[in-house]
Write a protein that binds this ligand. Structure first.
Ligand code: PGA
Length: 250
C-alpha cells in the first residue's frame, strides 16, 4: 500500500487576530506547497467562522484545538463537537499537553473528547508525550502507551480514524527537538500499539510535534513512522511554515 501524503497541522494556540489571520492564510494559499501534502490549521474557536470562509474550497483543512467531552448542556465556556461541525471543522486536537497540564485533563477525559469528535465525523488529533522528568526516569514508553491506551479502549474499531501526535512535553515551545531517532523510536512503539488494536494501523497518521521547524522538518519527516507534524510557533508565519509544507511534499 502506498503511504498517504504527509499531514502537516498548524496549532495556532492562543495567537491570531482577524487581520493577521487573513494575511497569513492569503500567503499560504498563494503558495502551491500545501497542495502536495495534506495540511490543516487548528485555530482558536472564535476564529472558526472567519477561517471557514477563508479556507473554503482550498486544500487546507480547518481544525479546532479542543472539544467538550459532553454532547450539550450546562457547561459554560465549552464548545461541542456538533458545534464544531457547523463550521466544517475536520480536525480537532485533543489532549494537548497544555490542556492536560493547565486544565487537569485526564486520560479518561481525553478519551471522551476523542469519542465526541469521532461521533461528529471530526478527526481527533490525539496528543501524547512524556515530560522531561518522565523521560529521564525511563518512563517515556509507558507514559505514551498509557495515554494512547485510554483512547483505544474508549474508541474500539473507530481507532483507525484518529490521528496521533507524539509531542514530548520537554520539546514544546522550548527550541529543544527530539532527534529523528528519538521520534522514530516512540512512533514505532505507538504504531505497534495501534497494530494490536486495528488491522488498519498503517492508515493512522502519527505526527511529531515539539519545536518542529524549517531546519529540522525534513530529517524528522524522513523517519518511516513520522507521518507529518503538529507545529506550534513555526506555523504562525508563512515564511516559516511554507518551507515545512514543501519538505512534507517531497
Ligand atoms: P511548538 O508547539 O511547535 O511551538 O513547539 C507544538 C505544539 O504544542 O503543538
Amino acid at each position: 500500500m502506498t503511504k498517504p501524503a504527509k499531514l502537516m497541522v498548524g496549532n495556532w494556540k492562543m495567537h491570531g487576530d482577524l487581520s493577521a489571520n487573513a494575511a497569513l492564510v492569503a500567503e499560504l494559499l498563494a503558495a502551491t506547497a500545501q497542495r502536495q501534502c495534506r495540511a490543516a490549521l487548528c485555530v482558536p474557536s472564535v476564529y472558526l467562522a472567519q477561517m471557514q470562509t477563508l479556507l473554503s474550497g482550498s486544500s487546507i483543512g480547518l481544525g479546532a484545538q479542543d472539544v467538550s467531552a459532553h454532547a450539550s448542556g450546562a457547561y459554560t465556556g465549552e464548545v461541542s463537537a456538533e458545534m464544531l461541525r457547523d463550521f466544517a471543522v475536520r480536525y480537532c486536537i485533543v489532549g494537548h499537553s497544555e490542556r492536560r497540564q493547565y486544565h487537569a485533563e485526564t486520560d479518561a477525559v481525553v478519551a471522551s473528547k476523542a469519542q465526541r469528535a469521532l461521533a461528529a465525523g471530526i478527526t481527533p488529533i490525539v496528543c501524547v508525550g512524556e515530560s522531561l522528568q518522565e523521560r529521564e526516569a525511563g518512563q517515556t514508553e509507558a507514559v505514551v502507551k498509557r495515554q494512547l491506551a485510554a483512547v483505544i479502549q474508549a474508541n474500539g474499531h473507530c481507532i483507525s480514524e484518529i490521528v496521533v501526535a507524539y509531542e514530548p512535553v520537554w520539546a514544546i515551545g522550548t527550541g529543544l527537538t527530539a532527534s529523528p531517532q528519538q521520534a522514530q523510536q516512540v512512533h514505532a512503539v505507538l504504531r505497534t500499539q495501534l497494530q494490536a488494536a486495528t488491522a488498519h494501523a498503517d492508515r493512522v497518521a502519527i505526527l511529531y510535534g515539539g519545536s518542529m521547524n524549517a531546519a529540522n522538518a525534513q530529517d524528522l519527516l524522513a523517519q518511516p513512522d513520522v507521518d507529518g507534524g503538529l507545529i506550534g510557533g513555526a506555523s504562525l508565519k508563512a515564511v516559516d511554515f511554507l518551507p515545512m509544507l514543501r519538505a512534507a511534499a517531497r
